[in-house]
Design a protein around this ligand. Structure first.
Ligand SMILES: NC(=O)c1ccc[n+]([C@@H]2O[C@H](COP(=O)([O-])OP(=O)(O)OC[C@H]3O[C@@H](n4cnc5c(N)ncnc54)[C@H](OP(=O)(O)O)[C@@H]3O)[C@@H](O)[C@H]2O)c1
Length: 310
């Protein structure tokens, strides 16, 4: 075959592959719309929860900037319209809790909200104040889940939080860590206390928790929230200018966001992942991970190997 013919044939083949992949993606979107939302069980109550929630670190810390607040309202509308309910925040996240409250009071549609926030202070009395303040900022009477952020002063805070749970002031108690830190301490807390939730970092690259924290959560029936699902956004840099493998589209995965999130939520010890975004179009993509094909063990292995080989 002459070079010119070869080039024409290659271009036609690429064109065919491209349009075939676009057709598949459009078909997948239709299938997603029709498919059931993927939910998991919260072990301590047997209630179910959608597998994608939303983080608010940095993305909702926008102060009084009206343009940015309007954009956050849009992000939240897409989140709720797509079936999301869990929002994670913390007094550590600057103005995020205040912005959440402001946005929520601007959403006219009736919504289901699972409010998850944290206490983050070395002082026990201040932890109680933070909780009261969070209720005011979120404009909710009863917070669903309160977590001890990064295990700071966890013994005293947990004592108070269990008391609040008993009184019906909050529904669930948890602890958090991230970036692969404090795993030994987290393990000790999971073994000692009857916490409802634990939150730590888990994504397709940071998989250390697969060794013992995830199996322990399963054994102790503790529900797990995966933070930094995109490694703070780094995962998108890794796949920048790279196409999704064709087998991913065949398994109804349309975007890298969906690829990364589906890997996380298909681990059976994971209850939900909390990606953070400041953009409505990214929220649309992220929420797609709650629909369509649920990866099995073999597909998860292919996904992890693919990313490792990049
Ligand atoms: N110790 C703790 O308790 C702890 C620690 C860390 C995190 N967390 C929680 O976990 C949440 C998530 O972690 P994170 O915020 O660190 O990082 P992340 O969710 O892994 O990544 C967020 C980054 O990904 C980008 N992104 C989101 N969706 C995207 C999409 N579809 N396409 C391209 N880029 C996208 C965002 O940029 P755009 O804004 O441009 O979309 C943002 O820069 C936090 O917000 C927080 O609630 C808790």
């Amino acid at each position: 075959m002459k070079r010119r013919e070869f080039l024409i044939q290659s271009a036609l083949l690429a064109l065919f592959n491209n349009s075939f992949s676009n057709i598949l993606k459009a078909e997948n979107k239709k299938k997603h719309k029709k498919s059931k939302q993927i939910k998991k069980i919260i072990h301590s109550t047997n209630n179910t929860i959608p597998v994608i929630g939303m983080g608010t670190w940095l993305t909702f810390d926008v102060g009084h900037n009206t343009r940015k607040i309007l954009e956050k309202i849009k992000v939240l509308e897409i989140f709720f319209n797509s079936g999301g309910i869990l929002i994670d925040s913390s007094p550590m996240y600057g103005t995020s809790e205040r912005v959440i409250g402001k946005c929520l009071s601007n959403i006219t549609k009736e919504i289901s909200l699972f409010s998850a926030t944290k206490v983050w202070t070395p002082n026990t009395w201040h932890g109680v104040k933070q909780l009261e303040n969070s209720e005011k900022l979120w404009k909710v009477k009863n917070l669903e889940l309160v977590q001890v952020h990064n295990l700071v002063n966890y013994e005293s805070h947990l004592e108070n939080l269990f008391q609040f749970k008993q009184e019906g002031r909050i529904k669930y108690v948890g602890v958090t860590t991230s970036h692969g830190s404090r795993h030994e301490k987290t393990r000790a807390v999971m073994e000692k206390y009857d916490i409802d939730f634990v939150q730590f970092t888990y994504n397709i690259i940071d998989r250390e928790v697969e060794n013992y924290l995830l199996p322990l959560a399963k054994e102790r029936k503790i529900s797990v929230i995966a933070n930094r699902p995109f490694q703070g956004g780094n995962l998108f840099n890794l796949v920048k200018d790279k196409k999704l493998p064709s087998w991913a589209t065949e398994f109804s995965i349309n975007t890298w966001a969906e690829f990364f999130l589906k890997y996380i939520i298909s681990n059976d010890a994971i209850t939900c992942a909390i990606p953070a975004t400041s953009r409505p179009n990214h929220m649309e993509q992220n929420m797609q991970a709650m629909y369509g094909h649920y990866p099995d063990k073999e597909l998860r292995k292919m996904m992890a190997q693919h990313i490792k080989a990049l």
